[in-house]
Structure formats: structure tokens, C-alpha cells
Design a binder for this molecule. Structure first.
Ligand SMILES: Cc1cc2nc3c(=O)[nH]c(=O)nc-3n(C[C@H](O)[C@H](O)[C@H](O)COP(=O)(O)OP(=O)(O)OC[C@H]3O[C@@H](n4cnc5c(N)ncnc54)[C@H](O)[C@@H]3O)c2cc1C
Length: 363
């Protein structure tokens, strides 16, 4: 076999892509992942700060509903037993409320969220820093092409796990149509032109450090606040995974609300982060915090009408993925299943269950 010809090419090494690689390769399929950034994790990425610790600058934790797919629940239990996921016990309260703190448990990767992704995709070839710019159908195979039109890899089946607007650009299938197919005949989605502004929402995130432990604060704050959607004492997660000792300075991760982020978009990321640090300290009346890293994200706006309309006629309402068996082309991602890490896992698990037996016979 030509070494660039694979059974299944998975575009994206985030949660949905890593789980698809895990499930399909376990079923014996020849898979590879093509990822545009430097590593695995997608929006569960981490960043090294203070030279010696890493913090989650994407999703910090998640939970799986009890009524999720039984295979996913069984896998979750297995990953917990193996130590790739851990139960994080934390105290939490609301920014604006004086109500008593509660204790909660959520799941997180150890020592960081993307370590879980590295485990899922272990043993699967992952071509990083390769941006798939175009999908082209040639002789019943898919060619994944980069911006210069160079072939990255050729595959019999393709699964796209990118965020909505990037997926829409890839699966628009203009190329297919120009080769004589009738528009609509092979579409995966209606109206594939979707702007980033429609499909996603902005969010700023920053990590700040304090000289002194803020023992008066809980581990996590959420709830109504004009600036913050969430604030997390990162040390409470590190301590849990035993990767930090008591001498490590206290690190907090601050997440903005979408509406506040929207108002800040004319400013540079560093000054937005400085504002967040200042407003956090003011809110809790703490000593000054120092910004150590910041990031600007766009999150899937899965509730958007344009996204919902685009599925009509292409998938049953409750099906959390898209698959066209004639084309051997499909999509799974958080935006197809209600958002979040749980949505990405659910979408990917359902797609894999749907296609594994077909693909093992045909690919
Ligand atoms: C700041 C922040 C906080 C969050 N908090 C939470 C939380 O508390 N709980 C929760 O459950 N969720 C949370 N989320 C959401 C969660 O991170 C996402 O829902 C989930 O990670 C999405 O996974 P995914 O696989 O669908 O997409 P992604 O993680 O976005 O993965 C898609 C991958 O595809 C790659 N890609 C895209 N286009 C191409 C291309 N053309 N070629 C090659 N590669 C491509 C991308 O680089 C990316 O790695 C948060 C997200 C952020 C950013």
C-alpha cells in the first residue's frame, strides 16, 4: 500500500478526534490523525507557565451524563481505573452569592486535560502542524490537501472533527460538484457557508499568580458575573494529581463571559488579561495578582439557528453526528452534541459505533 494511503483519516486531534482514533484503531482500522496545531488536545490544551508547571488553558474539567452511551460510560470507568482521568474534588460557590460553599466532583485529565488525549490517540499516527485546506475526491479516495494544494494524505474514509465553521468550509464539496455531481446529491449539510461570528462565541482566558495562598477563597467560582464565567484555583487540581508541592505559588485560571469578551475585542490580549486580573482581585478583595499567560478562544455556538438549519434533511434530529456512507465522509464534534467535552465524546462515540462494522468490511 502507498504509505500516504490510509483507511481512515481523522481531521483534528481534539476530544472527538482522539476518541475516534482510539475506537477505530482498536477495531483494527488503519487510522491517522491530521492536526493543524503542534499537539493533541484541541480546545483541551495546556500551556507551560512559570517554567515548571502546566495549566489547562482550555476546558479544565467535565462530567459525563449517566444516561450517556453505555460503551462511553464503560470506557470512562476504564480510563479512571487506568489513571488517565481522575475525579477532582473541589469546593465551589457563586461569584455574586453568599450561599454556603458546596463540594463537587468533576472529571479531569491527569496531570492535564490533554494528557488524556495523548493516551486516547497512543499508537495512532498523528501528523501535526498540517492544516487540511481542502478535501478532494479522486477515484473513490479522499485526498487531504494543504494550502499549497500539496497532498497530506489519501484515505478511503474521512472524519472531520473541526469546529462548525471550519468543518463547513471543508465539507462544502464544491470540488465534488464541479466534477459533475448534482448539487445536493452529495451534500453533508445545507448552506455550508457559515461565518465564524455565527458559529462561535469569543472568550478570553488568563492564568494569574499570587505571592500568598488565598486560603479564604473556594476552589472554583461560577454563576452570574458580568466579567467572569468561571475562576479556578489551579493548585487544587495539581495537588490532586500530586504534581505540585506546597512551595508552588498559587495559580488561578480566569475565564471571561462571552458578552464581556465581545466588548473587549478591539483591545490587545495582554491588556484584557491585566483587566481580568485587576477585576478578580477587586471582586474578592485580595492582594494583587500577576498575569502569567493569556489566550483568546472561540467556542462553538451550537445553539445557533444557522447551525441547526444546516442539518435539516441530512441527519435525524437526535443523531449527534453526520455520516454519508456513499462518500465515506462524516463529522463528529462538540457542536453536534450540545457542546463541551461530553458533547465531543458523545458525538465521536456514536459515530464510531455507527460506522465501525461498515468500515471494517469496506475500508
Ligand atoms: C476556555 C474554555 C473553557 C472550556 N470549559 C469547558 C468546561 O468546563 N467543560 C466542558 O465540558 N467543556 C469546556 N470547554 C469546551 C471544550 O473544550 C470543547 O467543547 C471540546 O474540547 C471540543 O472538542 P472537539 O474535539 O469537538 O473540538 P476541538 O477541541 O476544537 O478539536 C478540533 C481540532 O481540529 C483541529 N482542526 C480544525 N480544523 C483543522 C484543519 N482544517 N486541519 C487540521 N486540523 C484542524 C483543531 O486544531 C483542533 O485541534 C471549554 C473550552 C474553552 C476554550
Amino acid at each position: 500500500m502507498n504509505k500516504t494511503l490510509r483507511g481512515v483519516a481523522i481531521i483534528g486531534a481534539g476530544t472527538a478526534g482522539a476518541l475516534a482514533a482510539n475506537q477505530l484503531s482498536a477495531a483494527g482500522l488503519d487510522c491517522c490523525i491530521v492536526e493543524k496545531s503542534r499537539g493533541l488536545g484541541g480546545r483541551c490544551s495546556r500551556r507551560r507557565v512559570l517554567d515548571y508547571i502546566s495549566v489547562d488553558i482550555g476546558a479544565p474539567h467535565f462530567s459525563i451524563p449517566f444516561d450517556e452511551h453505555p460503551i462511553l460510560i464503560a470506557n470512562m470507568n476504564q480510563w479512571l481505573r487506568s489513571g488517565y482521568l481522575t475525579e477532582w474534588l473541589f469546593t465551589t460557590g457563586e461569584f455574586e452569592s453568599q450561599s454556603l460553599p458546596v463540594k463537587k466532583i468533576e472529571l479531569c485529565g491527569t496531570p492535564s486535560m490533554n494528557a488524556f488525549h495523548r493516551h486516547l490517540a497512543a499508537g495512532v499516527d498523528c501528523l501535526t502542524q498540517r492544516h487540511v485546506h481542502k478535501l478532494s475526491r479522486v477515484n473513490n479516495y479522499w485526498q487531504l490537501l494543504d494550502q499549497q494544494g500539496q497532498l497530506i494524505v489519501e484515505a478511503k474514509a474521512v472524519i472531520v472533527t473541526a469546529p462548525a465553521e471550519q468543518t463547513y468550509n471543508l465539507v462544502a464539496l464544491h470540488d465534488l460538484m464541479s466534477k459533475g455531481h448534482q448539487p445536493g446529491q452529495h451534500d453533508l449539510i445545507n448552506n455550508p457557508v457559515l461565518s465564524a461570528a455565527e458559529a462561535s462565541l469569543p472568550q478570553y482566558i488568563c492564568a494569574v499568580t499570587f505571592d500568598q495562598p488565598q486560603t479564604q477563597l473556594l476552589d472554583l467560582y461560577c454563576g452570574e458575573h458580568p466579567v467572569f464565567s468561571k475562576a479556578i484555583r489551579a493548585n487544587s487540581k495539581f495537588n490532586h494529581s500530586n504534581s505540585m508541592d506546597h512551595q508552588t505559588p498559587e495559580v488561578w485560571i480566569l475565564h471571561s463571559t462571552h458578552s464581556w469578551a465581545q466588548q473587549q475585542q478591539h483591545k490587545d490580549a495582554q491588556s484584557v488579561a491585566e483587566d481580568m486580573a485587576r477585576l478578580f482581585c477587586q471582586h474578592f478583595n485580595t492582594s494583587q495578582a500577576k498575569v502569567i499567560t493569556s489566550h483568546y478562544w472561540r467556542l462553538a455556538n451550537h445553539d445557533h439557528k444557522a447551525i441547526k438549519r444546516s442539518f435539516e434533511g441530512h441527519k435525524p434530529e437526535n443523531q449527534p453526528f453526520i455520516w454519508n456512507n456513499t462518500l465515506k465522509l462524516g463529522c463528529c464534534a462538540d457542536w453536534l452534541a450540545g457542546g463541551g467535552v461530553a458533547g465531543a465524546l458523545s458525538s465521536s462515540q456514536h459515530l464510531c459505533n455507527h460506522i465501525t462494522s461498515q468500515l471494517t468490511q469496506e475500508v
